[in-house]
Design a protein around this ligand. Structure first.
Ligand SMILES: Nc1nc2c(ncn2[C@@H]2O[C@H](COP(=O)(O)OP(=O)(O)OP(=O)(O)O)[C@@H](O)[C@H]2O)c(=O)[nH]1
Ligand SMILES: [Mg+2]
Length: 331
């Protein structure tokens, strides 16, 4: 499913440096002519497309991007140095708009390489430029033109790398809250989540990746029962699934009941979903008495690597993130 990753940032181009008022001073010449140089131009803010980037993650962390100011002009007709440009590297597919008017500015695609969004202010002219036949010694030089500040809204349609599947109430939304900055509603009743939420996860190594929390699946989801079917379609395109199970709900008589139910729903929906790599995760390890259930579950699936976590206390969550990162890296 395509999700929208968003960031609002502020960019400002550099101020133009002021022109200089100065007069030549040489030995034996009492009144030298004007020799004040121009101020440097302020740097521009330029958007660049970087095909290697996939998320706006960086732009959620850093919010201010300034090009440098132009330097003042100097005597002896020296120009001030131009301020350096600020380049922002963005992933292809980023829609950039003015955050205040919501007017679109540019939809960056691979065909665009660079796009100037905020031009730097021009440097002021030095007094040398104002010399004329009637005014041989102008005492006037221009100030630089100020740069422009603007707020940009960045939006990127993003494909989730990992989908979390499981029964309602398994703790899917709690898990995405534990591993990303997403904050979906969490509550102790089924069908709390009605629409998918996307969270960006920053693992200790490798690239940030996007995880989708979708509404819980129930028996008959593939036939359209519950909310499931609408969202099964979307997780078909993720690289990896987390199959999340409430360990407290494991039936000692039939430990794989809910695990099989979900897998059956996935398989009935599509072969592709059934074959997708899964990480099986037992949640709510903090509840008293669940350890036995975890053991029973593991004993029923001896050949599968199964993680046990508590999305609430964070136990086992870091190893899960590392495992996701390394599986995604291998893809
Ligand atoms: N004790 C304990 N409770 C948990 C844990 N994870 C989630 N819960 C609780 O389980 C309930 C359901 O959590 P959610 O995250 O809303 O579950 P969900 O899978 O997103 O549910 P749906 O959106 O309805 O499919 C909430 O009361 C959570 O506080 C856990 O690790 N330990
Ligand atoms: Mg939920």
């Amino acid at each position: 499913m395509k999700f929208v990753d968003e960031a609002i940032i502020t960019v400002s181009s550099g101020n133009g440096g002021p022109g200089c008022t100065s007069f030549r001073r040489e030995r034996y010449i009492e009144f030298g002519g004007p020799d004040g140089g121009d101020g440097g131009n302020g740097g521009d803010v330029i958007l660049r497309v970087d095909p290697g980037q996939r998320t706006l993650y960086e732009y959620r962390r850093q919010k201010l991007f300034n090009a440098k100011n132009g330097a003042s002009g100097l005597g002896k007709q020296k120009h001030g140095r131009n301020g350096s440009h600020k380049f922002l590297d963005l992933p292809p597919g980023t829609l950039v708009s003015d955050a205040d008017t919501l007017e679109p500015i540019i939809d960056l695609t691979l065909e665009h390489t660079e796009h100037l969004v905020a031009k730097g202010g021009q440097g002021g002219r030095g007094n040398k430029r104002f010399a004329s036949a009637t005014n041989r010694a102008p005492r006037y030089s221009q100030p630089g033109i100020p740069g422009i500040e603007m707020r940009l809204k960045l939006e990127l349609k993003l494909l989730a790398d990992v989908g979390i599947v499981g029964l309602p109430n398994a703790g899917k939304s709690t898990l995405i809250s534990a591993i990303s900055s997403a904050r979906p509603k969490i509550a102790d009743y089924p069908f709390t989540t009605l629409t998918p939420t996307l969270g960006m996860v920053e693992p200790p190594f490798g690239e940030p990746f996007a995880v989708a929390d979708i509404p819980g699946l129930i028996e008959g989801a593939h036939e359209g029962i519950g909310l499931g079917i609408k969202f099964l379609k979307h997780i078909e395109r993720t690289g990896l699934l987390i199959h999340l199970i409430d360990a407290g709900g494991i039936d000692p008589e039939n430990p794989l009941e809910s695990f099989n139910l979900i897998n059956n729903e996935l398989a009935m929906y599509s072969k592709k979903l059934a074959q997708k790599a899964q990480i099986v995760v037992l949640n709510k390890l903090d509840l008293t008495g669940v350890e036995n259930r975890v053991d029973e579950f593991k004993a029923a699936l001896p050949n599968l690597k199964i993680l046990a976590i508590s999305a609430v206390t964070g136990q086992g969550v870091k190893p899960l993130v590392k495992m996701l990162a390394s599986k995604l890296q291998k893809e």
